[in-house]
Design a protein around this ligand. Structure first.
Ligand code: SF4
Length: 400
C-alpha cells in the first residue's frame, strides 16, 4: 500500500478537514468554562505554590493539557457547531480523560462501537455522518475505510504524532524495520505501526537490550517471536529484519528511555557493522514531543523538593500520566494516581491506581499536621479536575 499517495489524496478531498471552521471564538468560552480554573491560575501566578491552612501545594511547572490536546478538543467542539444535526462519531476516546469524553458524549458525539472480539464496528457510519479522528491518530486502514464510505472526516491528529508517522515512512522507503518504543496495544502505536512496512514494538530498555543482544549474538528465534507476540508486523523475522533499523516512538513514553533505546541500537549496529557502515543500518530522527518532555522535566524538578506526598492526576489508561507516576515512585515518595477528585473521600480516604497494578483504597492518606503536597497532571487532564483535587485536600485537612 502506498500510504503517502493515499494521504495525499485524502488531504485533497473536500470531505477531509484538519483545521477549524472559523468558530474558535464560539468554542473558546465553552472550553474555558468546562476545563479551566481560577484557582489553578492563582497558583501559577503565585510561583506554582499555594499555602492554605496546614497544606502547602506545589504544582509542577508544566502540567496538564498540552497544545495538541487543546487543539484536538477545540476542533471536536467546532465540528459539533459546524454540523449541528449530523451524526458525529469518534474512532476512539479523543484523549484519555473521562471528563472530556463524557462532555463529548453529552454533545452527542458517539464512540464507534466495539464488538465482542474487541474490533471496531464501522458499519454504523453512514455517508452523511462526520467522523472525528482523535489526537493520537487513526490507523491507515481506518482512514481508508472511512474515505471509501464517503463520510466527512475531521482529523485532529496532533502534528507531533504525524511527525513520527513521517519518520516511519522514511524507514519504509529506505527498507529499514521501524523499532517503535511504545505499547503495542496503545492507539497511537497501532496507528504509527500501520504506516510501517516492517516494525517491532519494544516496551522498555530491557526489551531493547534483548533485541540488541539478538542482533549481536543471535538466539532462539521461537523464543524471540513468543516474547514479542502481537508486537511485530506480519511475517517479521528477527534473523533477517533486524539488519537495517530505524527508531520511532509513542510520543508519550519516557523521553530518557526513548533516547537510551535509540543510543543502544546505534551502538549495537555500530559494533556489528562498523562505524563507516552505520548510516546504512541505522536511522533516527528526533520525534520526542516537546510537551511530554516539558512535563517529565518539571516532574523531575518537583520531586527534588521536600514533599510529603504526590498526587498525579490523569486517566488510568493515559500513557504520559503513567510515566509521571513512574518518576514519582522512583523517588520513593508516597504517590497517588487518580483520574478525578471523585476518588478522594469520603473523609480521609483515597482510591488510587497503583503503578502497573489495580485500584487500591487507602485510609488516612493525608498525614496529620502541616503537609507539602506535590501535584501534577497528564497532558490530557483539564485544570478544572486538578483544582477539584486540591479543593478536596483543603477540605479534608480543614475538617481535621
Ligand atoms: S502529548 Fe505531545 S504528541 Fe501528544 S497530543 Fe500532546 S503535544 Fe501532541
Amino acid at each position: 500500500m502506498d500510504t503517502k499517495a493515499f494521504k495525499r489524496s485524502l488531504h485533497s478531498s473536500d470531505l477531509y478537514y484538519r483545521k477549524g471552521f472559523g468558530r474558535a471564538a464560539e468554542v473558546t468560552q465553552m472550553l474555558y468554562s468546562e476545563y479551566q480554573s481560577s484557582l489553578i491560575q492563582q497558583i501559577r501566578e503565585n510561583g506554582y505554590t499555594l499555602q492554605h491552612g496546614d497544606v502547602t501545594i506545589k504544582l509542577a511547572e508544566a502540567f496538564g493539557f498540552c497544545w495538541g490536546v487543546e487543539r484536538a478538543i477545540a476542533l471536536a467542539y467546532e465540528t459539533r457547531q459546524q454540523f449541528p444535526t449530523e451524526r458525529i462519531w469518534i474512532t476512539n476516546e479523543i484523549i484519555h480523560n473521562p471528563l472530556v469524553n463524557q462532555n463529548l458524549q453529552d454533545m452527542q458525539v458517539e464512540f464507534i462501537p466495539v464488538n465482542s472480539q474487541g474490533e471496531k464496528d464501522f458499519s454504523v457510519v453512514a455517508k452523511e455522518d462526520v467522523v472525528i479522528l482523535p489526537a493520537f491518530g487513526a490507523s491507515v486502514q481506518e482512514m481508508q475505510l472511512l474515505n471509501e464510505k464517503g463520510c466527512k472526516i475531521m482529523d485532529t491528529t496532533c502534528p507531533w504524532v504525524s511527525k513520527v508517522w513521517n519518520s516511519v515512512e522514511k524507514h519504509k522507503k529506505g527498507n529499514y524495520t521501524s523499532i517503535i518504543h511504545g505499547k503495542y496495544k496503545h492507539e497511537e502505536t497501532i496507528a504509527t505501526s500501520s504506516f510501517a512496512e516492517k516494525y517491532l514494538v519494544v516496551l522498555n530498555l530491557q526489551q531493547a537490550e534483548y533485541v540488541c543482544n539478538y542482533i549481536l549474538n543471535g538466539g532462539n528465534r521461537e523464543e524471540f517471536l513468543t516474547k514479542f507476540a502481537h508486537a511485530y508486523s506480519p511475517g517479521f523475522d528477527p534473523d533477517t529484519d533486524l539488519v537495517r533499523v530505524g527508531i520511532a516512538n509513542q510520543t508519550t513514553m519516557l523521553k530518557g528511555e526513548t533516547e537510551q533505546i535509540g543510543k543502544l541500537f546505534e551502538r549495537t549496529l555500530m559494533r556489528k557493522y562498523g562505524p563507516q557502515e552505520l548510516n546504512h543500518h541505522f536511522l533516527s530522527f528526533n520525534t520526542i514531543c516537546d510537551a511530554t518532555q516539558e512535563r517529565q522535566d518539571a516532574m523531575f524538578q518537583l520531586v527534588e523538593e521536600k514533599l510529603d506526598l504526590m498526587v498525579v492526576v490523569g486517566g488510568f489508561n493515559s500513557s504520559n500520566t503513567t510515566q509521571l507516576q513512574t518518576i514519582s515512585r522512583a523517588r520513593a515518595i508516597p504517590s497517588y494516581h487518580i483520574d478525578s477528585a471523585e476518588r478522594i473521600g469520603p473523609l480521609n480516604r483515597i482510591e488510587h491506581k497503583k503503578l502497573h497494578s489495580t485500584l487500591e483504597v487507602v485510609e488516612n492518606w493525608l498525614p496529620p499536621g502541616p503537609i507539602v503536597v506535590g501535584i501534577t497532571s497528564g497532558a490530557s487532564t483539564p485544570d478544572k479536575v486538578v483544582a477539584d483535587v486540591i479543593e478536596k485536600i483543603f477540605d479534608i485537612k480543614a475538617a481535621k
